[in-house]
Design a protein around this ligand. Structure first.
Ligand code: ATP
Length: 337
């Protein structure tokens, strides 16, 4: 076990921004702190780095209490949303700063900088001024600078949120590959589920300063602990059903789910958990929103009220049209009851 946080509480005056948080990150693992704005993610990350004083609780590395260890002696690398590069230095000098801070011999700098630029996909950018980089390139340089001293833990606070959507998706994929390849232990703060799922092995969902659920990405996604976590993870409709032999019967039809025990179950449906199909429950379209990969619908289904659903981009649907909806197991979560 590497990082171990216990009962960590941070107060701003009388306000508790983080309440008795506990988490562990094993060697080589990537954990994402996921939660809505203001839930305490950045405060928890900053407390772990030593930038924010703890009101109570402990942060340990391999059993050693870090309470008396200043930020720069913790061996952690930090990357923030806006990178915070030195604007007057070029790319190589920005990265070498991380090396100088950790007493790496000067003769080794050029080679290390070259290797780090290769790692982040910016080969040959040594002499480029940082003011002449795109947002995505600047974040890659910030990442290289943080990785330069070979930190034992990399902490990333919304590293991609300043970038536009397409670049963000690509950089998340690149960063995920880099973290896996380099077996880096990392803690990532994000409010974006896609990003958390692309990058992390495990997620901890925060709300109102508390860790509400923590576990493997797929498990949290498929089995949220309660409706609050489920809603945060994209569930918009809840429905009760009866399971038998791995199949759940609901008012929206049947759906086969892995690991479902017999008896009463409560399901959480994401919009793509209900798809327009030739057969299924009938409803009337009340709203249509075109998205990149599908059409989002709001559908009124008899006395089952309104639900979110999806149709293929090719579907030509308008409010007032009648559609049929069927369950898609990919968009169905099972709430723990
Ligand atoms: N320096 C501070 N003084 C007082 N309150 C603060 C301070 N920093 C943060 N807070 C409050 O603590 C709570 C948690 O803030 P924090 O920045 O940790 O949330 P977050 O989950 O990272 O949010 P976001 O995703 O918007 O960055 C918020 O209610 C915020 O207003």
């Amino acid at each position: 076990m590497s990082l171990s946080v216990r009962d960590l509480t941070v107060h701003y005056g009388s306000f508790a921004a983080v309440k008795e948080a506990g988490l562990d990150i094993a060697d080589g693992e990537v954990l994402a702190l996921l939660g809505p704005s203001g839930s305490g993610k950045s405060t928890l990350l900053r407390a772990i780095t030593g930038l924010e004083p703890l009101t109570s609780g402990t942060v340990r590395w391999d059993g050693e209490d870090l309470s008396g260890v200043p930020v720069h002696r913790r061996g952690f690398g930090l990357v923030f949303q806006d990178g915070q590069l030195f604007p007057h230095k070029d790319v190589a000098s920005n990265i070498a700063f991380g090396l100088r801070m950790h007493d790496v011999p000067r003769a080794e700098h050029a080679e290390r900088v070259r290797a780090l630029l290769d790692l982040v996909g910016l080969t040959g950018y040594e002499r480029r001024r940082v003011t002449e980089l795109s947002g995505g390139q600047a974040q890659r340089v910030a990442l290289a600078r943080a990785l330069a001293p070979e930190p034992r833990l990399l902490l990333l606070d919304e590293p991609l949120s300043g970038l536009d959507a397409g670049l963000r998706e690509q950089l998340a994929i690149d960063l995920a590959a880099l973290l896996r390849r380099s077996k880096i232990t990392a803690l990532l703060v994000t409010h974006d589920q896609e990003e958390a799922f692309t990058l992390a092995d495990r997620v901890a969902v925060l709300d109102d300063g508390e860790i509400r659920q923590e576990g493997a990405v797929r498990r949290v996604w498929r089995q949220p602990v309660d409706e609050g976590v489920a809603r945060f993870l994209g569930v918009t409709t809840f429905v009760d059903g009866e399971a038998a032999g791995g199949v759940v019967r609901t008012p929206f039809g049947e759906v086969a789910l892995p690991d479902v025990g017999d008896g009463a179950v409560r399901l959480g449906l994401r919009p793509h958990g209900l798809r327009v199909s030739p057969e299924g429950v009938e409803g009337e379209v009340t709203a249509v929103v075109h998205r990149r990969e599908h059409v989002r619908l709001v559908v009124t289904v008899g006395d089952l009220s309104t639900v979110d659903a999806v149709a293929p981009v090719t579907a030509d649907l308008r409010p007032g049209d009648t559609v049929r909806l069927a369950l898609d197991p990919d968009g169905v979560a099972q709430l723990r009851v």
